[in-house]
Design a protein around this ligand. Structure first.
Ligand code: 13P
Length: 260
């Protein structure tokens, strides 16, 4: 059985009031006692980090933020830094999500600064990459992915892969109900691992956790996680209901156990 436990992260995006966030986190924390073979992570909006942290106390579920700014402190109205996230109890932070790239103009150079800032503060980055439909149709998927990893991870040391997570999220599969087939996802995941091996060496490449994201549901999670290079999921819509998120985690654990 592979060493790394399946890594299942819920990205709640811009959803949930405090009572809703508390209720969902409590249900997941309760269910997590029976799901100890997975690393479960919840990424609520900034406003709910404190509430969710309280709800997760005593459980194995980890807390993540959805974004950060690379400076440590100062006159940057509206931004939140890596030391602040650490202080708020975040073990992980999502960086460079396609929605940030699409609506807030984020680019690989900024993703890189954010990744470095997170690592410096001891918050593990979950770096998101993925091609658009137009890029896939033009046959540019692998080039886009290579460029995004190279740009986003420039200057990152091989040792950082112990705490770094990469999430492959094809933009055309996010929130559309169109999931990449296990074969399509595996092709890109294998490419990511190969690139990491060529840049950083086999050890760090094997160590890196590579998640798939884009319309993950209970019904497709077993087949996706059965693929060799898919180590877990970054779940959007289906993470907003305890039952579907828990079911995805169960399916992932089942697939992981059967993996060679
Ligand atoms: P959906 O699961 O809603 O497609 O969202 C995926 C995603 O963007 C997770 O970060």
């Amino acid at each position: 059985m592979p060493k790394k436990p399946p890594f299942i992260a819920g990205n709640w995006k811009m959803n949930l009031t405090l009572p809703e966030a508390r209720k969902l986190a409590e249900s997941i924390a309760k269910a997590a006692t029976g799901l100890s073979e997975a690393e479960i992570v919840l990424a609520p909006p900034f406003t709910a980090l404190g509430e969710v942290k309280k709800a997760l106390e005593g459980s194995s579920v980890r807390l993540a933020a959805q974004n950060l700014f690379w400076e440590e402190k100062g006159a940057f109205t509206g931004e939140v830094s890596a030391p602040m996230l650490k202080d708020a109890g975040c073990q992980y932070v999502i960086i460079g999500h396609s929605e940030r790239r699409q609506y807030f103009g984020e680019r690989d150079a900024g993703v890189n600064k954010k990744t470095q800032a997170a690592l410096k503060s001891g918050v593990s980055p979950i770096v998101c990459i993925g091609e658009t439909l137009a890029e896939r149709e033009r046959g540019e998927t692998m080039d886009v992915i290579s460029r995004q990893i190279q740009g986003g991870l420039e200057g990152i040391g091989a040792g950082d892969f112990e705490s770094l997570v990469i999430a492959y999220e094809p933009v055309w599969a996010i929130g559309t109900g169109k999931t990449a087939t296990p074969g399509q996802a595996e092709e890109v995941h294998a490419h990511i691992r190969e690139k990491l091996a060529s840049w950083y060496g086999i050890g760090p490449a094997e160590c890196a956790i590579i998640l798939y994201g884009g319309s993950v549901k209970p019904a497709n999670s077993f087949a996706l996680l059965s693929e060799k290079n898919i180590d877990g999921f970054l779940v959007g819509g289906a993470s907003l209901e305890a039952e579907s998120f828990i079911q995805i985690t169960r399916e992932a654990i089942r697939a992981h156990k059967e993996k060679k």
